[in-house]
Design a protein around this ligand. Structure first.
Ligand code: NAD
Length: 241
């Protein structure tokens, strides 16, 4: 069988590295996209290709996916993971910070989906788009600022639209929405906010990137073929009411 090709955005970050490692262990060739070229260079492996790109630039995304098409001939899995959390608070969030938040977390994924679908259509098997959302779109008790929540809610609506649109083309689109997961993104929080958020996790600990990667692996595997249009909340049961 031909080796499956997966793109992971934000591949050099905490979750991105775990997704990349897991999908390579599953036998795929992973193309990692990230702003941080130096960090990508540390990830060299036989089944890994790092392509530095600023995913807030649609033209650069198009060029990158053209490179992927030329080198690999198509795409089987896209994990839209690149993102960040800007921490200004309403009612004083600067206009350019709102634009940047939506651009990094939502528009980047939107443009990657458009490019990826073209490389997935007509390919064998069930292809997968996995969007990394956040509990922040659903839980209003924790710290997340509104522009971060809105960027992830928009992403989950995109998930549902594309799931419906491409169901008969056998492209499955799902979101995974984790809560507190230990990555460098924790650095945007003060020690006090971080400690309170971790204390609020039912198991008394943050989740680990490898735990989220297991769910990405499952959705990307044949067992994930029957799931599309779902937002999978991972938070140890924190928000069950
Ligand atoms: N860590 C958590 O607790 C948590 C919880 C919920 C959701 N998430 C989501 O998980 C995803 C990954 O987050 P993480 O925790 O691994 O953070 P991270 O900061 O460790 O990694 C993010 C990666 O995205 C890359 N990136 C940022 N802007 C980019 C751009 N314009 N172009 C290309 N690459 C860019 C960064 O260089 C970095 O490598 C994000 O979408 C985040 O919102 C994280």
């Amino acid at each position: 069988m031909n080796q499956k090709i997966a793109v992971v955005t934000g591949a050099a970050g905490g979750l991105g590295r775990a997704f990349t490692a897991r999908l390579m262990a599953d036998g795929m060739h992973v193309v990692g996209l990230d702003l941080d070229a130096t960090a990508l260079a540390t990830m060299a492996a036989p089944n890994f290709t790092g392509l530095p790109v600023d995913l807030t630039r649609p033209d650069d995304i198009a060029t990158t996916f053209a490179t992927i098409a030329a080198r690999f001939g198509g795409l089987d899995v896209l994990v839209n993971n690149a993102g960040t959390c800007f921490m200004s608070e309403v009612p004083d969030i600067p206009a350019d910070e709102l634009d940047r938040q939506m651009s990094v977390n939502f528009s980047s994924a939107f443009h990657c989906c458009q490019q990826a679908v073209k490389l997935m259509l007509g390919r064998d098997g069930v292809r997968k788009i996995i969007n990394i959302s956040s509990n922040g779109a659903y839980n209003f008790d924790v710290f997340d600022p509104p522009h971060y929540r809105a960027s992830k809610a928009a992403l989950d609506t995109l998930t549902k639209d594309l799931a419906r649109r491409y169901a008969t083309d056998r492209i499955c689109v799902n979101s995974i929405a984790p809560a507190m997961t230990e990555t460098p993104l924790f650095n945007v929080l003060t020690a006090e906010v971080l400690a309170r958020a971790i204390a609020g996790m039912p198991h008394g600990r943050a989740m680990q990137p490898a735990e989220i990667a297991g769910w990405v692996s499952f959705l990307a595997s044949p067992m994930g073929d029957i799931s599309s249009g779902n937002v999978i909340i991972l938070n140890q049961g924190r928000d069950v009411r």
